[in-house]
Every structure is written in structure tokens, then in C-alpha cells.
Write a protein that binds this ligand. Structure first.
Ligand code: NAD
Length: 475
């Protein structure tokens, strides 16, 4: 099929991991597809200014941290010499390689990539303002909106200053400031705060709630918080930034709340990471029947169909959690539904990973949610201090836990804090999706010595049969 031939059967608006996965699936199912995005290639926020560049920089941070830790293992390195230009070039090289690769995959599938900004004229036409200039109207049979999200900067925290960064400008890595204020102790604040701390900045995190990563289980977060005490200058909980102004050499922030001592301080740069907002504005949705909720998310059904029958919406623009892997799966569901399959988006577990050092990952039911929703659970916890592999990695403070239904012994959720938690959680996702019982996890032979054994031994803890934990019987 030639790229240009024939009318568009599926128009996908937005080329991130949700949009391009949807476009590719639709093309693989025989549809004529147009994928519209402003980027040079598909990739979206995740590849260009999110997941991928941040992970490249977090890898650098981890190597720097390990070079310090190695002193305790008998290897001493001299302090790292940081060449920001080379680091930036390396990060950008990864982004270019990946986005070019996605561009080639798009071409190979016969997807027509239209570079520009799209807007609905009605429920059957998209007008694209081409990046190269000019406009093009694309009539379509079905559309998938995958327009993503953008950093949310509340009015109280907006300031016309080159010193104020959001996640995009922070990832651009213009320089390594001497001091950095991070507003928001969530995913982005902690990941990027850790990167800048590794590059030598004195990082202060201000979080308005009583703990970092609200919503995540405290036993996991506490391990991270303890490590951050060593790498960050300060973490101020129950604290807000009440005002900011540019002064000579930095931004003066006025703090309010428990951690507001002193109440005013000057930081060379400020990173605002207090959440993201869906990109549902400016799409011409008012020219369709597509509905949005009070937070700006597009309303959809289980197939990701909007109130306008032939228009679907997926990813960040269609609701929480705003995670790339959730968008990808939704995109594939929408494409399959369009092709007439009985597809629905109904996962039992969407994994969440915070790529700090140590990493935190969880899936399915958390202990926090079980408590809030009064769901009876039994939690089986395996401390990494009892794992040989964790000891060899200098990671003995980690923990793996299973959240189990005491009656059926089904694994309802998994939580991990420690090195590689983001990789390990995949087994938890499979267990929850497959409705595994604790015995399934405990009886599956895990390779020794690996961190994956901590999942198996957590199941053993549930039955009181863990080899590496001795709990003498009472009485
Ligand atoms: P977030 O929701 O994770 O964290 C925002 C934090 O800011 C919260 O802890 C909140 O209590 C705090 N906060 C809000 N207003 C504040 C204020 N005025 N002062 C101080 N603290 C304030 O949001 P984020 O870190 O901006 O990330 C946005 C989204 O991007 C995440 O929800 C996530 O879905 C996604 N993301 C995911 C990853 C990942 O998967 N590893 C990484 C980065 C971003």
C-alpha cells in the first residue's frame, strides 16, 4: 500500500507511546492510518522530553552514586569530572536514535506521518497546521486522540524567569545549578531532583503533603526517604511555596508550613513538579460531541470510545494514571476496537515505577488502598537484608511484599523498594493478571542468587516457610 494513497480510515492525533502504538496496531490490522504530531518523528513527550531522557540521566546519577559507594567495597575513584555538554549529547543521541527508529517503523507500516498540529473541524475532519507551513484537511472515518499532557504550573507558582524550570526545561540540562528548589515530592520532583543532586546541586524538595509520593505505601517510601536524606540537602514536608520572586543570583521563595524554617531562601534555580494537566484544550473538541470531565480528561468507555461514536481517546488525555505503558495498552485496545475486535481496557494491574535510587515499584492493590477501602488483606514482607544477591549489590535496605487475600490466598498486589524494582515488578503484574495464588509464586523456582527470589520468598513468608527468615514457633 502506498503511503499517500486512499482516504484515511484512522487518524491518530498525537505520536507518543499511546498514539504511535495505536497507529501501528491499526496499520497492522489493515487500516489506512495517518499519524499527526508536531515532532520530527513520532515519540511524544516520553521519548523526547520525559521517560527516556530522564532515564538516561538517572543512569548517570546511579553510576556516580555507585562510584561513591565503591569506597566501602575497596575501590576508590577520584571525584567525577562532569562534562555537561557530552552528557547532554549522549542523552540527545539516545532520543534521536529511538525517535528515528520509531519513524522508520511508522514508514515501514505505511502509516502516513503528518508533522503539525491537528484540530477537529467536525467529527469527520481534522485540520492540520503543518510544521512546514500551510494547512491540510484530513477527512477520516475514525480518530484516536492521544494528545497527552503537559506540566501543570499553578498560578501561584508561575514566574517569568529563566531560572524557573518545568520537567522539560530541567531535562534540557542547560547547567548544573549550585542550589535547586524542587516544588513537589512526586515522581518528577524526586527523579529529576536526584539527577541534579548527583550533578552536585544542593537540592531542597518541598512537598505540601505529609509524605513523599502520596498514595504509595509508606514502608516502601520510607526506605527511599532515608536514602534521600544522604543525597538531598533537605526534604520539607507539609510545606508549600507561598510566593516566589526573582532576585540577584536566584529566585527567592517564601515557604509556608512545617518545614518553612527559614521562611525565605534564595535558590539558583527552581523546578516546579506538582503534576501534569491533560492536553484536551485547543483540539476543537467543541466541534464534536466529545466530552471532558471537570479535570479536563476526555471521557471514554472501556474501549476508549468517547461520546462521539467514531472518536476514541487514550493515554494521559483520557485519564489517570498518566503513564506511558498504560497509554500504549489503551492505544492498542482502541485500534482493535476500531477493527471490530471485542477488545476492552480492563487491566487488573498497571505497574507504577519511580526510577529513583532505590527504585520503588508497585502494582495491583496497595496496602494503603486496601486500608482505605477496608479490603481485608495479609501482607507478606521479605526484607532484602535476608537476600544474598541484595547483599552483594549493597542493597540490603530493600523490601519486597505481596498483598494477599487471606481467604483465597490470591496475590492482589505487589510492592518493591530496591535496586531494579522497576524490572522485578513485571513478575508481580503477571501474578496479579493471572490471578496467581501465593503458592504459585512460592513454588515457581527462581534463579539463585537473584533479587527475583525476594518475590518467591515473600510468598514463603506468607506460609511461614521462608528459608532465609526464621520465625520460631511460639509456645
Ligand atoms: P505527581 O502527582 O507525581 O507529584 C506531584 C507532587 O506535588 C505531589 O506529591 C503533590 O502533593 C505535590 N504538590 C502539589 N502542589 C504542591 C505545591 N503547591 N507545593 C508543594 N507540593 C505540591 O506529579 P509529577 O511529579 O509532576 O508527575 C506528573 C505525572 O507524570 C505523574 O503523576 C506520573 O503519572 C507521570 N510521571 C511518571 C513517571 C514514571 O513513571 N516514573 C515519571 C515522571 C512522571
Amino acid at each position: 500500500m502506498s503511503e499517500e494513497s486512499g482516504a484515511t480510515e484512522v487518524a491518530v492525533l498525537g505520536g507518543g507511546p499511546g498514539g504511535y502504538a495505536a497507529a501501528f496496531r491499526a496499520a497492522d490490522l489493515g487500516k489506512r492510518v495517518a499519524l499527526i504530531d508536531e515532532g520530527e518523528n513520532p515519540g511524544g513527550v516520553c521519548l523526547y522530553r520525559g521517560c527516556i531522557p530522564s532515564k538516561a540521566l538517572l543512569h548517570v546519577a546511579k553510576v556516580i552514586a555507585e562510584s561513591h559507594e565503591a569506597a566501602a567495597w575497596g575501590v576508590e575513584f577520584s571525584p567525577p569530572k562532569i562534562d555537561l555538554n557530552r552528557m547532554r549529547a549522549w542523552k540527545e543521541g539516545i532520543v534521536t536514535k529511538l525517535t528515528a527508529g520509531v519513524g522508520q517503523l511508522s514508514k515501514a507500516r505505511g502509516v502516513r506521518f503528518v508533522r503539525g498540529r491537528g484540530k477537529f473541524l467536525d467529527a469527520g475532519t481534522l485540520r492540520v497546521e503543518r510544521s512546514a507551513g500551510g494547512e491540510e484537511d484530513i477527512p477520516f472515518e475514525r480518530a484516536i486522540i492521544a494528545a497527552g499532557s503537559r506540566p501543570f504550573i499553578p498560578p501561584g507558582l508561575s514566574l517569568e524567569s529563566a531560572r524557573l524550570m518545568d520537567s522539560t526545561s530541567a531535562l534540557a540540562l542547560k547547567d548544573a545549578p549550585e542550589s535547586l528548589l524542587v516544588v513537589g515530592g512526586g515522581y518528577i520532583g524526586l527523579e529529576l531532583g536526584s539527577v541534579y543532586a548527583a550533578l552536585g546541586a544542593r537540592v531542597t524538595v518541598v512537598e505540601m503533603t505529609a509524605g513523599l509520593l502520596p498514595g504509595a505505601d509508606r514502608d516502601l517510601v520510607n526506605i527511599l526517604a532515608k536514602r534521600l536524606e544522604k543525597t538531598l540537602h533537605a526534604v520539607l514536608l507539609n510545606t508549600k511555596v507561598a510566593g516566589m520572586k526573582e532576585v540577584k543570583g536566584g529566585i527567592q521563595a517564601r515557604l509556608e508550613g512545617e518545614g518553612a524554617v527559614p521562611a525565605e531562601a534564595v535558590f539558583e534555580k527552581v523546578l516546579v513538579a506538582v503534576g501534569r494537566a491533560p492536553n484536551s484544550g485547543g483540539l476543537g473538541l467543541e466541534n464534536t460531541k466529545v466530552e471532558i470531565d471537570e479535570k479536563g480528561f476526555i471521557k471514554t468507555d472501556a474501549q476508549r470510545r468517547t461520546a462521539e461514536d467514531n472518536i476514541f481517546a487514550i493515554g494521559d488525555v483520557a485519564g489517570e494514571p498518566m503513564l506511558a505503558h498504560k497509554a500504549t495498552h489503551e492505544g492498542r485496545v482502541a485500534a482493535e476496537a476500531i477493527a471490530g475486535a471485542k477488545a476492552a481496557f480492563e487491566p487488573a494491574a498497571i505497574p507504577a515505577v519511580v526510577f529513583t535510587d532505590p527504585e520503588i515499584a508497585w502494582c495491583g492493590l496497595t496496602e494503603t488502598a486496601a486500608k482505605a477501602e477496608k479490603i481485608p488483606v495479609q501482607v507478606a514482607r521479605f526484607p532484602w537484608a535476608a537476600s544474598g544477591r541484595a547483599q552483594t549489590l549493597g542493597q540490603s535496605d530493600g523490601v519486597t511484599k505481596l498483598v494477599i487475600d487471606p481467604e483465597t490466598e490470591r496475590v492482589l498486589g505487589v510492592g518493591i523498594c530496591g535496586s531494579g524494582a522497576g524490572e522485578l515488578i513485571a513478575e508481580g503484574v503477571l501474578a496479579v493478571e493471572m490471578a496467581a495464588v501465593a503458592a504459585d509464586v512460592g513454588l515457581s523456582i527462581h534463579p539463585h542468587p537473584t533479587l527475583s527470589e525476594t518475590l518467591m520468598e515473600s510468598a514463603d513468608v506468607f506460609f511461614g516457610t521462608s528459608t532465609h527468615i526464621y520465625r520460631p514457633k511460639r509456645g
